[in-house]
Design a protein around this ligand. Structure first.
Ligand SMILES: Cc1cc2nc3c(=O)[nH]c(=O)nc-3n(C[C@H](O)[C@H](O)[C@H](O)COP(=O)(O)OP(=O)(O)OC[C@H]3O[C@@H](n4cnc5c(N)ncnc54)[C@H](O)[C@@H]3O)c2cc1C
Ligand code: FES
Length: 287
């Protein structure tokens, strides 16, 4: 019997941005008490074809749909990964799924990082908490295309050791000669032997950065963003060299409903990745 995953779809549905494509959960990995990493493949075998920094709309029949950043790089196209925090109706349900479950995916959506603008530059990525989920795609991209980039620094901060995401990746990145990776937590615990302090305390470990040749990517909660940007600007890095990814409440994800609007900008279309200069002009975006 044909199922939702195997049933042939009308040609008009296949190209429509409104219609979710059936996709299969091929693996689920528990990362923390609140986050799981889902590996997903489209039922018809098509590749997602994302840019780092883009997102998809994930839907569950009878429950709803929500935007989730793509955590894996287009240089690893076999499948794609989503790191999902339990936060409400759709995400709670997604956390109950096991390999073999069928969900709906629309996308990739939005504007991601302009990787061609990053080519040839030194890269500094600063991520806080769940902010590592959207930038992991870019980190994998840079590591897979390593010869195209200069120095590569990654600073990551979590509130507590038990909230650290992508532990296996962080361990591998810390061993890798291709990236200088430092991790800190706001509050340690009895087992934690690493650094303690907010993510900006890691800036003192950075070498002198070449202001015009360094591109900076900052993704995390608004309070972190504010202090990290001050650090970056104090190193005379121009505003145009700073990228960030913005989370707004979204519904359609394709510029139709206005839910994501900040000032006169539809974040789902023009973002979620913006340059700092663009964000400063959108006062509502930083509130
Ligand atoms: C571009 C983008 C990328 C994202 N990437 C990720 C990601 O990689 N991983 C991830 O885990 N999350 C990500 N998110 C956040 C994720 O989309 C939300 O956590 C998700 O929409 C929650 O959906 P839900 O149905 O599970 O929760 P909901 O049931 O919608 O509830 C979520 C929370 O919001 C509250 N809420 C619901 N509706 C309203 C309302 N109208 N007004 C005020 N509060 C309300 C609820 O009480 C609850 O606390 C991203 C969001 C965006 C916009
Ligand atoms: S989410 Fe509907 S316009 Fe952006």
């Amino acid at each position: 019997m044909a199922t939702m995953a195997t049933q042939p779809r009308p040609a008009a549905a296949q190209g429509s941005p409104y219609v979710p494509s059936p996709a299969i959960v091929v693996n689920v990995q528990e990362m923390t008490a609140a986050e799981k990493l889902f590996t997903i493949e489209f039922s018809d075998g098509r590749k997602l074809g994302q840019q780092p920094g883009q997102f998809v709309q994930v839907s569950v029949m009878g429950i709803g749909e929500c935007p989730i950043s793509i955590s894996s790089s287009p240089t690893r196209p076999k499948n794609f990964e989503l790191c999902i925090r339990k936060a409400g109706m759709v995400t709670d349900y997604l956390h109950t799924l096991e390999p073999g479950a069928v969900i709906g995916i629309r996308g990739p959506l939005g504007h991601g990082f302009d990787v061609s603008e990053l080519h040839g530059k030194d890269i500094l990525i600063v991520a806080g908490g769940l902010g590592l989920a959207p930038v992991r795609s870019l980190i994998q991209y840079i590591l897979d295309e390593r010869a195209r980039f200069g120095q590569f620094h990654l600073l990551y901060g979590a509130r507590e050791p038990k909230e650290i995401l992508f532990r296996d990746d962080l361990a591998a990145w810390r061993e890798s000669p291709d990236v200088k990776c430092a991790v800190t937590v706001d509050r340690g615990d009895e087992q934690w032997r690493g650094k303690v302090g907010v993510v900006t305390t890691l800036f003192k470990e950075l070498p002198k950065l070449n202001p015009t040749e360094t591109m900076v990517v900052v993704v995390g909660p608004p309070v972190m963003f504010k202090f990290v940007v001050l650090e970056v600007l104090s190193r005379r890095i121009p505003q145009g060299n700073i990228y960030c990814s913005l989370e707004r409440r979204m519904k359609c994800g394709i510029g139709k409903c206005g839910h994501c609007q900040a000032n006169n900008v539809y974040v789902c279309m023009e973002g979620p990745v913006f340059k700092y200069g663009q964000l400063k002009a959108m006062r509502e975006a930083l509130e």
